[in-house]
Design a binder for this molecule. Structure first.
Ligand code: KG4
Ligand code: ZN
Length: 364
């Protein structure tokens, strides 16, 4: 039986440093299940990733051309215990070596988030460990501190399947939103365009691959909001322009597919550089020229985007970094790391935490 008194004794939500942190080395288990990856990872406080296990559901969703929430939730239930067990086994540690268990608490598909948080809470309760609900976006946002040990503040482009935002990351839980998409997320634009071009699922990587053989100058697509002040994005007009072009082609040949993919991607790079240039100016005005420009989230795995942002940053005498490709797309190491960062400042979560399908970084 759940007992509120007992819960409050075992799992605290105070701001004091957890006594377990007197240990020289400490470990956090992270669980990610907010979309179509069931993942678990153990990370040590010196940013060593001891294990990083991911089970992707691509095959489950491929026939539908997109993620089916009900199927995703069932697949998470099927796999979660095995994935966590594998993460613990390959990290070669026991539950009593852990200092906390972190799980994605949102935003995301509610079925999956429920599976991950329920599993994480149960394991935390059973092992008398603190539980930490991590905002998935915060996981992406803090990854560059895991991979490149950078200091606050930094400028972040968060480019994923559900989001496209520019933020100043001032500290753990301290995010200042500079701009955001007013319609489609950037990953959504990649995925929908890939689907339109018949490139399959998942769309982003397929489109990047197809574009390698294409002429990015063949089609002149619109660049919504480009040239305007501010840091907001818009991608839906671009996607619609690709649709009209496809509808007016007699045949969607391999050559057309590749040229359309390359032209779409080149337009996205140009939109991003335009909006990020404004954000860099705003960031540098407030923070001087020392900060770092960072891209994170699944779309930051795209090479032309990484190259475009690298040269933009150098125009402004700024360093640009992006995590390695496998830590841009969804993974649990970022959740374990964000959990670790929160644990260090004593931010644990009560077991009555309710998963949040919507949870913006501003609310942290
Ligand atoms: O961060 P992420 O793994 O999941 C979310 O939090 O949404 O991002 C997934 C998105 C998908 O839309 C996927 O198509 C896109 O990232 N993506 C890419 C690439 N790899 C993943 N988009 C463009 N180029 C890529 N190489
Ligand atoms: Zn993500």
């Amino acid at each position: 039986m759940w007992d509120k008194e007992r819960r409050n004794v075992t799992i605290t939500e105070n701001k004091s440093i957890n006594p377990l942190l007197d240990k020289k080395d400490y470990f956090v288990l992270g669980i990610e299940s907010s979309c179509d990856e069931t993942a678990a990872s153990v990370v040590r406080n010196d940013s060593k990733i001891l294990s990083n296990v991911i089970s992707s559901q691509f095959e489950t969703h491929r026939p539908y051309g997109g993620v089916v929430p009900e199927l995703a939730a069932r697949a998470h239930v099927d796999k979660i215990d095995l994935i966590v067990e594998e993460a613990m086994r390959s990290a070669q540690i026991n539950y009593n070596d852990l200092s906390a268990i972190a799980a994605t608490g949102g935003p995301g598909l509610i079925g999956g988030v429920l599976v991950g948080t329920t599993f994480g809470k149960a394991m935390a309760f059973a092992n008398n460990l603190p539980f930490i609900a991590v905002n998935h976006l915060e996981g992406h946002a803090l990854t560059p501190r895991l991979t490149h040990h950078i200091n606050f503040p930094y400028l972040l482009l968060l480019a994923s399947g559900g989001h496209c935002q520019l933020l100043t990351v001032k500290g753990v839980g301290e995010y200042e939103l500079l701009g955001s998409t007013i319609d489609d997320a950037i990953g959504e634009a990649f995925d929908k365009t890939a689907k339109l071009l018949g490139l399959g699922f998942p769309g982003g990587p397929a489109l990047e691959k197809t574009a390698l053989d294409g002429d990015g100058k063949r089609y002149n697509f619109p660049k919504p909001l480009a040239g305007r002040p501010g840091c907001d994005f818009s991608f839906s007009g671009l996607k619609t322009a690709v649709r009209y072009t496809v509808d007016n082609l007699p045949n969607l040949t391999k050559k057309n597919q590749a040229d359309l993919a390359a032209s779409f991607q080149e337009t996205v790079v140009s939109i991003l550089n335009d909006r990020c240039a404004n954000a860099i100016s705003i960031f540098q005005e407030k923070n001087g020229s020392n900060g770092i420009f960072v891209a994170a989230g699944g779309v930051a795995a795209n090479m032309p985007i990484r190259n475009g942002l690298t040269s933009l940053a150098s125009d402004y005498n700024m360093d640009f970094i992006a995590p390695p490709l496998n830590l841009c797309t969804d993974n649990a190491a970022m959740i374990a790391w964000a959990g670790l960062e929160k644990l260090k400042i004593g931010h644990c979560t009560n077991l009555d935490f309710a998963p949040r399908p919507r949870w913006s970084l501003n609310e942290l």
